[in-house]
Every structure is written in structure tokens, then in C-alpha cells.
Design a protein around this ligand. Structure first.
Ligand code: TEU
Ligand code: CA
Length: 559
């Protein structure tokens, strides 16, 4: 059933429901709000909507801490609202995939409430419990959200593992009873008619049973447990079991979020004959502007490294597996601020990033607001920030005496709330997101950057995305062609070609503010004989020796 590979031709739009559109004035986005914006997404031309978690949750990590997999978060609405959303989407030819968060649950989940009651509780082994070592944590691992990865429970005098926040205890996938509970839950949602899953840190679920200490890297406080839970010893066993018991029975899209997966891992996870999942999210290109220990350790992007990394993923998965393509999501700062120019050349650079990504092989993902060029935010005080990862990091670094302005600088560049300020719909108060008080403040630039203005401006970033999406549907070479990097050592130009039997597309992207002359004869012949199908400047000057203006992108089609 899963052999119709429709997802190779799809474009996915990610909605972070809390910040998308508030229909009832409580300052929190909701399902009814999404229903009211489906026509906007239809206009954009996307095929699939990925909803970040909408299950019942205390929202310690905004829904990535699930308390009940079978209930809708009350702030988002009811199960009837979800059924209504599914119908309304399907009526418009839109598919919906949900976020599957099964590496951990909320500590308020009934399984964990039971598990912590006693060593002999039937749910004890749904989670990872260990006795302390010399009166301290069982090993030296750090949590990804700061602090140790273990929390002490005095009731049973043991520690439980939490790779993320204290309120997100890791599930024990060694336990077949737990695995079967997950498969049953997945089938409940698939039988309701959802069209697939995005699987949260799915390559973390298998841990090395002995849970050995990790290396304490330069400048780190805790050990790096990564080698003992990333792409763990039984991950392929579990994914094949999940595929055999659940996924293979439905015609769905499955994408695994896989921090730390290499291209070799990705081929194993996504080659169809392995019967695991369709595609993965890699983090390698999203880590190139981080220092050795953590993302808050800022480093400027080196374009040649980015080009080589994306080329590696394009070429090593060509004909073997399948790529997802993304710059943005609810965990990443907004690309136009991160790698582009969100002031003078905001429109040109946003269109350039879109073109650079959407002409590659894979399934593109658009994160809410990316299609109108939303930018990062810089709130004055830490009090205005909401993200548990940011707040935990602030507390830890503050206690270590790091100056506040240094901490705030890294939050401005890499904080996840950059992606979580409300979707900017109009220049109305609170950007038309809510008639109430938004759960997080709106980015002050909403008066200039909003969907209403974008829809009225034929030259907007929105219509550039719409055009790229339409091209993917029209030109097979974008889906099937190979990938060949051009000017590979050029420090400011990202250029590549996509080739198939009788079609070729040449993509030129200037990642800099500088004007750059291209006098390569081969490219010049493409420019003179090819058809210009994408550009991001109003006036296009196709001369013989072309000069790429600041953040200019040009795409030529050659038959
Ligand atoms: O994120 C996985 C993950 O590794 C994140 O810690 C991410 O790398 C980090 O936030 C970058 O700053 C997933 C979800 O996407 C994220 O929202 C959740 O917080 C996390 O898992 C735990 O569920
Ligand atoms: Ca609401």
C-alpha cells in the first residue's frame, strides 16, 4: 500500500498550532483557527500539512510532552474539531500528518504516574529507571535542555532518564508491552484518516542498555551520551517492527527527525527495500554555525561547508533513499535572519533561499511564516521568552556567571522562540493572530511583514514560493534529476545543476551582498540558450556576461 510514492512530489507546510491562528480570543492558536486558514494554504499550493503536537499536554515543552495520546489539548479544541479539520483539509485535497512523540511522554502521563508508584508496578519498565551511583546520577549524561539527564525520585529511591526536560521522561523501548501500546495508538490515529507522521527524535529511542558515561567535552559540564542513544543498537529493529505492524498497512508519508544521522544512516532508514520510513530530517546543515559543544556557541556560516554538506546529502541519497529539504522549523531560527539579510535585502534573500532549496531533490518543508519572510525577534528581557530550552539554558549560564548580554546574544541568534512568535496575518493589533493577548509577543515587524500584504503584492515572497511549488509539479527533472555542484569552491555563489535524460535546470544563488560577475562560458551558454524560469529581482538584466546582484538568484531551464 505504501508503494505509491506520492510524497516525492509533495510540498509540506509545518504548522505550530499554538502560534498559527487563534479563533476564540484566548491568545493561543487552535484547530478552528487552522480550519479558517486552509484556503490560504490552498492558495500557496502546498499538499500536506504537518501539525506539531496537538495532544493533551501540560505544555512544559509546548506539546512535545504528551500527557494523553488519545485526547486533543484543550487549548487547541476538541476531537470533533480535529475530525472537522481532517474533513475540511481532505475536501481541499490537502493531507494532514501528525507529530509522533514517542521517545518520551510528559511526567503527568498516566503511565509515568503509575511507573513511579513502585518498583513492582506493571508500568515501572515503561520508562528508564536506575539506582544512583555514589549518591548521584547513574551516569554523567547531560540533558539537551541543560542540567543532568536524570531526575531523582525519592519515593522509589531511583533516578529516571530524561534526555529533554525533567517533565519528559524517556520511554523504555526495550519493553515490548510499551512498543505495542505505541503501535496501537498509531493505528488509532491512522484509522481516523490522518495521512502520516513526523516522528520526533525517533533515532533516540534505542539506548545502549548499559548506559555508559559519555565523554565530557571541552567546556562542557556533563558527559555526551549521544554515542549511546543516537542511532542506537536496536533502532532498525524497532522501525522495521513499526513498519510491519503499522506503517505498511497505510498509504502515508513518514518522516523521521534524526539529529546525528549521517547520510549512511539515512540511506539505511529510507531505502525502500529496508521497509522503515520514507525520509528523515538531517541536522548537519543546521549545525554548521555552531561551535563544537553546543548550538549557543556561535560560529559564522562558511558557505563552502554548506554547499559541500547539501551536495553530500543530494548525491549520496540520489537513487538510494530520499531527502527532506528544509531551512526552517519550530526549533530553528528563521533563515532570512540566520544566513541572509533581514533588513535591506530581506525579500531578495528570502526568495533566494527558497529557490536554492526548492530546486533540489527531495520533499520540501515550509515552516509557517517562511513564505512571507518572517524574521527573528529580539525581546528586551528574558522574561518575554517562553521556550523551556532557552529558559533552562539562561538559568544555567547565569548561575555560571556568564554576562546576561552574552546569553541574550546567543538567544537572539539561535533561540527557538524566533520561530514561535505568532504567525503574522495582517497589520491589525497582534498581527491579526488573536483578539486577545498572545501567549508570546508578536514580532514588532508585523506591520511590514504579514500575509495580507503579501497576498496583495504580486512580487511578494509568497508568490515566489507559489511559483516554485508549481514548477516542482511541472518539471520532472526537479523530482528525478541528479545533482551536480558548480563553482564548488566559490565563497559566495551557490550554483548547481539538475539533469535528467533530456532536461536540465541550472540554479544560481548569490549568498552575499556583493555583486559577482559570472564569466564561465558553460554557464553563459546556458544563460543565452536556456529559458529563465525563476528570478528574484523585479528588473531582470540577462546580458552576456552576467553579474549576480546582492542575494540574486536565477534559474534556467534547458531542454
Ligand atoms: O527536537 C529534537 C532536538 O534535538 C531538539 O532538541 C533540537 O535539536 C533543539 O531544540 C535545537 O535547539 C524535537 C522537537 O522538534 C523539539 O521541539 C522538542 O523540544 C524535542 O524534540 C523534545 O521533544
Ligand atoms: Ca484559541
Amino acid at each position: 500500500k505504501n508503494d505509491q510514492q506520492w510524497w516525492k512530489k509533495s510540498i509540506v507546510y509545518q504548522i505550530y498550532p499554538r502560534s498559527f491562528y487563534d479563533s476564540n480570543g484566548d491568545g493561543i492558536g487552535d484547530l478552528q483557527g487552522i480550519i479558517q486558514k486552509l484556503d490560504y494554504l490552498k492558495e500557496l499550493g502546498v499538499d500536506v500539512i504537518w501539525l506539531s503536537p496537538i495532544y493533551d499536554s501540560p505544555n512544559d515543552d509546548n506539546g512535545y510532552d504528551i500527557r494523553d495520546y488519545y485526547q486533543i489539548m484543550k487549548e487547541f479544541g476538541t476531537m470533533e474539531d480535529l475530525d472537522h479539520l481532517l474533513d475540511a483539509a481532505h475536501q481541499r485535497g490537502l493531507k494532514i500528518i501528525m507529530d509522533l512523540v514517542v521517545n518520551h511522554t510528559s511526567d503527568e502521563h498516566s503511565w509515568f504516574v503509575e511507573s513511579k508508584k513502585g518498583l513492582d508496578n506493571p508500568y515501572r519498565d515503561y520508562y528508564v529507571w536506575k539506582p544512583g551511583r555514589n549518591g548521584k546520577e547513574p551516569n554523567n549524561w547531560g540533558s539537551i535542555f541543560s542540567g543532568p539527564a536524570w531526575n531523582y525520585d525519592e519515593n522509589t529511591n531511583e533516578y529516571y532518564l530524561h534526555l529533554f526536560s525533567k517533565k519528559q521522561p524517556d520511554l523504555n523501548w526495550e519493553n515490548p508491552a510499551l512498543r505495542n501500546e505505541i503501535y496501537t495508538m498509531m493505528k488509532f490515529w491512522l484509522d481516523k484518516g490522518i495521512d502520516g507522521f513526523r516522528m520526533d527524535v525517533i533515532n533516540f529511542i534505542s539506548k545502549v542498555p548499559s548506559l555508559p558515561d559519555g565523554e565530557v567535552k571541552e567546556g562542557a559540564i556533563y558527559g555526551d551520551g549521544g554515542p549511546y542513544f543516537v542511532n542506537g543498537p536496536k533502532i532498525h529493529k524497532y522501525l522495521r517492527e513499526m513498519n510491519e505492524k503499522v506503517l505498511s498497512q497505510y498509504d502515508i508519508l513518514t518522516v523521521g527527525e534524526m539529529p546525528g544521522a549521517s547520510t549512511a544512516d539515512a540511506v539505511m532508514y529510507t531505502k525502500p527495500q529496508n521497509k522503515e520510513i520514507n525520509m528523515i530530517f538531517t541536522f548537519e546543515h543546521m549545525g554548521l554555525d555552531s561551535g563544537p559543544t553546543e548550538k549557543w556557541d556561535l560560529k559564522p556560516l562558511n558557505l563552502v561547508h554548506l554547499k559541500k554538506n547539501l551536495t553530500k546529502w543530494q548525491t549520496e541519497l540520489h537513487g538510494t533513499g530520499w531527502n527532506s529539504l528544509y531551512w526552517n522549523n519550530h526549533d530553528q531560527p528563521r533563515v532570512v535572519s540566520r544566513f541572509g539579510d533581514d533588513q535591506e535585502y530581506r525579500v531578495e534573500s528570502a526568495k533566494m533561499f527558497a529557490t536554492c532549496l526548492h530546486m533540489m531533490q527531495g520533499t520540501p518543508y515550509i515552516y509557517q511564516g517562511e513564505e512571507i519572510g518572517m524574521t527573528n525577534v529580539e525581546f528586551e528581557s528574558i522574561e518575554q521568552y517562553q521556550d523551556v530550552e532557552t529558559l533552562n539554558m539562561f538559568r544555567e549560564k547565569h548561575s555560571l556567571g556568564v554576562p546576561t548580554e552574552d546569553i541574550m546574544k546567543s538567544i537572539y541568534v539561535k533561540g527557538r522562540d524566533n520561530a514561535r512568535t505568532p504567525m503574522q496575518w495582517s497589520e491589525q493589533v497582534h498581527s491579526g493572530f488573536t483578539k486577545g493577548t498572545p501567549w508570546i509577543e508578536v514580532n514588532p515587524r508585523y506591520k511590514e511583514i504579514n500575509a495580507e500584504a503579501a497576498l496583495e503584492d504580486k512580487e511578494s515572497i509568497f508568490y515566489h514560493y507559489k511559483h516554485l511549488i508549481a514548477l516542482r509539479k511541472k518539471l520532472d527533472v526537479i523530482t528525478t534529476g541528479d545533482f551536480n555542484l558548480l563553482f564548488e569552491d566559490h565563497p559566495k555563489i551557490f550554483a548547481y545543476e539538475r539533469r535528467s535524460e533530456n532536461e536540465k535546470v541550472v540554479v544560481l544563488c548569490n549568498f552575499s551582498r556583493d555583486e559577482i560577475v559570472i564569466d564561465n562560458n558553460e554557464i553563459l551558454s546556458v544563460i543565452t540558450t536556456g529559458k529563465l524560469i525563476v528570478h528574484n529581482y523585479k528588473e531582470v538584466k540577462a546580458e552576456s556576461s552576467i553579474t549576480l546582484r546582492a542575494f540574486e538568484t536565477l534559474v534556467y531551464y534547458v531542454k
